[in-house]
Design a binder for this molecule. Structure first.
Ligand SMILES: [Zn+2]
Length: 466
């Protein structure tokens, strides 16, 4: 008989006979995991609390310090075996007063929506007024040479809308944001403006980090993001009036580094407590919105994994550890602190799972592991596909757990649908109301199912039974 809902033949023995007894147990447990996330999940209310009572939480800020306390509180309330704070050193950059930008052309002044980029220096107090050169790439900017002197360099390469995975489009453009200032500061350019990293055409600038790296301080120039609407307006007007001038002012500042923390909790393994599987996201965010999709959803989903284990009385063989990493956005101070501690204490990490791609509908996972373990994880597709988890492929895990990479450590990235993520990413629009409760909870359950299977089946040479 054909089931109209799922278009699959039901009432036949094929489905059940394909599963081994162990897999039947897994199937039942995964069903329990999804049921409990959808009926008793806490992630949505945790996210509401974090985003509405603390909001944006940039590394080093008072809000980030409150978020650390919040993280510790919710982990303790979840009844984990232990909860602790791990010190990390993080940057402290402040945006300062609202940025101003406009162009003047044919006697007309037209406002441009901008936001300073993290780590950027300020403009001089009274701002910068200069002619603009538009480029589409770092290479094109480098080729300007002395022509860049005294000019504002405007990086305007848009996302490639033909790429189905929007993270690939982001990857193809984000170099302009991160390294634009480094490319032209040495030629005496006065500033960099960069088109926002989004497919969407709207008037919200998307901030994000930039780096001067090892260039001399004399070559540091201020850098800001333009909304895509502002970028289009400026580009169009430059075609008509190539000598138009842009005025631009921002008062951001790099303050001394701050001491902050990763928030960590765990359920001890019943058989191999010394073997660890870590699940996490990042606690810090940008300041323009309230950091809902990036990465509030990731941390509440990670904690929900342990909550689901608790309420279903799933006792993991290995230790399952949740980490709310600090400072993913502005340098990875938390990831470094965590990886350093792992090295120092020689901790054995079987694997890790990171959620830092938004809280939209689950699609699957990307796997960074040796071929054997990758095949093992891909063999679970038959258990996961009924929940929409069809894409289980080779790929990166995430910025916070990737420093744990080792031959026997299986690292996994949670991959929700990416079509709307860059509508909100690093912009004022990244707020709680953009998160759908069911999509968030399905993501928590997807992650809990992955951790359940990793805990049950992943082994490393120390634990292989002969
Ligand atoms: Zn993020």
């Amino acid at each position: 008989m054909l089931c109209l809902a799922c278009n699959e033949t039901t009432n036949s023995k094929t489905t059940s006979t394909e599963l081994t007894p162990e897999e039947k147990t897994d199937k039942a447990n995964i069903k329990k995991i999804f049921d409990s996330a959808l009926l008793h999940g806490k992630s949505y209310e945790w996210l509401r609390d974090l985003t509405s009572n603390i909001g944006g939480r940039m590394s080093g800020s008072p809000e980030a310090a409150l978020a650390v306390k919040w993280g510790e509180k919710v982990m303790k309330e979840t009844g984990l075996d232990s909860v602790w704070l791990q010190p990390a050193t993080v940057p402290h950059w402040v945006r300062g007063e609202k940025e101003v930008a406009y162009y003047i052309s044919n006697g007309k002044k037209v406002d441009l929506a901008i936001a300073a980029l993290g780590s950027s220096i300020a403009t001089p107090k009274n701002g910068i007024t200069a002619e603009v050169i538009e480029v589409k790439s770092i290479e094109e900017a480098e080729a300007l040479g002395e022509k860049a002197k005294g000019k504002i360099i405007f990086f305007n390469r848009p996302f490639d809308d033909t790429l189905i995975n929007t993270f690939q489009a982001y990857g193809g453009c984000v170099g302009q944001r991160v390294f634009g200032a480094k490319a032209v500061g040495k030629f005496g350019a006065l500033a960099v403006l960069v088109r926002s990293m989004t497919n969407r055409l709207d008037n919200y600038p998307h901030t994000g980090t930039m780096r001067y790296e090892d260039i001399p301080k004399s070559e540091y120039i201020p850098t800001a993001a333009l909304s895509t609407v502002a970028a289009e307006n400026l580009s169009n007007q430059l075609k008509e009036d190539p000598t138009l001038k842009v005025y631009f002012k921002q008062r951001c500042k790099n303050l001394p580094k701050e001491k902050s923390f990763n928030v960590i909790g765990e359920i001890k393994g019943s058989e191999n407590p010394e073997k660890i599987i870590v699940v996490g996201g990042h606690l810090d965010s940008w300041d323009l919105g309230d950091g809902a999709h990036d990465d509030g959803t990731g941390i509440v989903q990670a904690l929900e994994v342990l909550h689901i284990f608790k309420i279903n009385n799933i006792k993991p063989k290995n230790t399952i550890r949740v980490v709310f990493f600090m400072d993913e956005e502005q340098g990875g101070g938390g990831a470094t602190a965590y990886a350093d501690a792992v090295k120092l204490t020689n901790e054995n990490h079987l694997g890790g799972l990171e959620s830092d791609a938004g809280g939209h509908t689950p699609r699957g996972f990307t796997i960074d592991a040796n071929a054997g373990n990758r095949k093992l994880l891909q063999s679970w597709k038959k258990l996961l596909a009924p929940y929409g988890l069809h894409d289980i492929t080779k790929g990166g895990s995430g910025a916070d757990i990737s420093p744990l990479k080792a031959e026997e450590t299986t690292l996994v990235g949670y991959r929700p649908d990416s079509q709307r993520y860059f509508d909100y990413h690093h912009a004022a629009t990244d707020t709680f109301d953009k998160v759908n409760k069911r999509e968030l909870e399905l993501g928590s359950a997807s992650m809990a199912s992955m951790i359940y299977l990793m805990d049950k089946y992943l082994e490393n040479p120390d634990s292989v039974k002969q």
